[in-house]
Each structure stands twice: as C-alpha cells, then as structure tokens.
Design a protein around this ligand. Structure first.
Ligand code: HEM
Ligand code: HEM
Length: 259
C-alpha cells in the first residue's frame, strides 16, 4: 500500500510561468484541434466506405461523393497537426533539458545538431506534401519519420520504455509515423484497382485510431504526472525519496527559505 508522504509547503507565489504555458500548448492543441479532426475524419471514412460498397453492389448510393474529398482534405490536416503536436512536445522536453543542463556552453554543436534535426523533419514533411513521384514520397516520408525517431531518442524525453505498452511517447510516435505513411501512400489508394493500398490504409488507420484513443488516456495521465514549475522541486524530491513506496518527509521551505 502506498504510504502518504508528509509535505510542508510554505510558498506564496503559485503563478503559472511561461514554461508551464509552453508545456500546456501540446495538450491544448491535441484537445482543440487534433481530436475534433479525428471525429470528423472517422465519420467521413465510414461514409466513404459505405458509399463505395453500395456503389459496387447496387451501382448507386445516396451518400454524396463529397465525403471522399472531405475525408482526404481533413486527413491532410490531421497528418500535419499530429506531427506538429509531437514536435511541440518533443521540443519542450529536449530544449527544456538542454537549457536545464546548460548544454550550449559545454557543447554548442549538440544544440545546433538538434535544432537542425527539427528543421530537417519539418522541411521533409513539407516536401512530402508536395511530392507526386512515388520515389520522392518514399524518401521524404522516411526522412520525416527518421527525424521524429531521432528527436525522440534525445535526452529529456519522457519515454517510459519499461512500460512501453502504456507509454504516451511510444503510442504518439507510432501514431505520427502512421499519419506520415497515410500521406505517403495517398495517391496509391486511388491508383490501385485491386484495392490493396486501400486495405493497407484501413488496417493501419484503425490501429492509429486505437492509438489516438490511447493518447487521450495516457496524455491525461501525463498531465497529472508532469508538475508545474513551482511544484517541480518538491515533486522531484518525492520521486528521489521513492515516496510512493515508503514513508518520507519533504520540506519545501528547506529548498528556498523565506527571506
Ligand atoms: C484516424 C484516421 C483515419 C482513418 C480511421 C481512416 C479510414 C479510412 C477508411 C475506412 C476509408 C474508406 C476505405 C474504403 O473505401 O473502404 C478511407 C479512405 C481514404 N483515406 Fe483514410 N483514414 C484515416 C486517415 C487518413 C489520412 C490521414 C489520410 C491522408 C493523409 C487518408 C486518406 C484516405 C484516402 C485518400 C482514402 C480514399 C478516399 C476515397 O476513396 O475517396 N485517410 N480512410
Ligand atoms: C494525437 C494525440 C497525441 C499525440 C500524438 C501525443 C504525443 C506526445 C508525445 C510524442 C509526447 C512526448 C513524450 C512525453 O513527454 O511523454 C507527448 C507529451 C505529452 N503529452 Fe501528448 N500526445 C497526444 C495527446 C495528448 C493529450 C490529449 C494530452 C492531455 C490531455 C497530452 C498530454 C501530454 C503531456 C502532459 C506531455 C508531457 C509534455 C512534456 O513532458 O513536455 N497529450 N505527447
């Protein structure tokens, strides 16, 4: 059974700082932009499928052909916004760590390299949107995917590898990679008369949908786990002293005594 730690906090200023606002940018965009988009996209996906199957069977359908166009247009937005919020979260983790450890003064090249990685990932995704040829779509999809993975491997990212099966990081990265893949195979879905790419798209995006649901759950848990700036030193002490498994005492004013 978890033992309750004794916490004595003697602070007067609990204001939110810029750092906290940056941290909240990712969940805010997920809730306001990404999840509503997913709702509409799934609705249109079901209509596209129903329309296609009805047309194959009876030669006509009451569902308007516009649903296909809407699904794809919003799908394009979804890919950009999912990759965007992943980059915001990774940027917050990685640059937060670089600043905390003052890496710029010790190894500026590492900071430049990481900055360039962000630029290359965003540029590759932009070029993937523009690419028509299958070869270039493959190249830019691979580059943007590698960019996300290498950025995710940097220090400061909370990966929870020991619990990868419920990790917000692994679910999020995989969902973003699946979105990039959807964008890369987009023209093939239409070209392929055997519907092979269409089936690949359906299977992979049903998995993506499950991952998005997982992101809603694990992300909300992350919000409870990540402390606000003023709470950070105390919460850090709770983790260091393993307060979830043993009795401990954390005295906040011993860290920053009141003048
Ligand atoms: C949660 C995400 C998504 C789900 C669950 C999903 C699911 C589906 C389903 C069920 C279909 C209908 C297949 C059929 O005809 O039987 C479809 C079609 C399609 N999807 Fe998605 N999709 C998702 C995201 C995306 C994204 C991000 C893109 C592009 C960037 C995209 C591009 C397409 C295209 C091009 C079609 C063919 C549309 C047509 O025939 O008019 N989808 N999708
Ligand atoms: C499309 C959905 C989402 C994706 C793809 C996604 C992806 C990610 C990734 C890759 C990270 C970095 C790894 C980490 O620090 O854990 C992250 C961090 C985080 N996410 Fe999400 N997320 C999504 C939705 C959400 C939602 C709905 C919430 C909360 C309501 C949320 C809250 C957070 C928090 C608090 C962090 C930690 C930020 C930090 O340490 O700087 N996420 N997310």
């Amino acid at each position: 059974m978890a033992v309750m730690p004794k916490i004595i906090i003697d602070c007067e200023n609990f204001n939110m700082e810029v750092k906290d606002a940056i941290l909240l940018l990712h969940p805010i965009l997920a809730v306001i932009v990404v999840f509503p988009l997913i709702g509409i996209i799934v609705n249109r996906a079901l209509q596209v499928r129903q329309r296609r199957l009805e047309t194959v069977e009876t030669g006509k359908s009451k569902i308007t052909p516009v649903v296909g166009k809407e699904h794809v247009q919003l799908g394009l937005w979804l890919t950009g916004s999912v990759v965007g919020i992943v980059l915001i979260a990774l940027g917050n983790d990685v640059f937060g760590n670089l600043i905390d450890k003052q890496v710029w003064s010790k190894s500026p090249f590492q900071v430049i390299f990481i900055g360039l990685l962000f630029v290359v990932t965003i540029a590759s995704l932009y070029l993937l949107y523009r690419a028509k040829d299958a070869k270039w779509r493959g190249i830019f999809a691979t580059l943007s995917g590698i960019g996300l993975v290498v950025l995710g491997c940097q220090d400061g990212v909370y990966r929870k590898t020991d619990q990868w099966y419920i990790s917000h990081y692994y679910y999020g990265q995989l969902a973003a990679l699946l979105m990039i893949f959807s964008l890369a195979i987009l023209p093939d879905i239409y070209k392929d008369k055997t519907n092979r790419w269409r089936k690949v798209h359906i299977i992979l995006n049903c998995i993506a949908l499950l991952l998005f649901i997982g992101q809603g759950i694990t992300g909300t848990r992350s919000l409870l786990e990540v402390p606000l700036t003023w709470q950070e030193p105390y919460v850090q002490m709770l983790y260091e002293q393993k307060c979830d498994t043993q009795s401990c005492q954390v005295q906040a004013h011993s860290l920053s005594p009141k003048p």
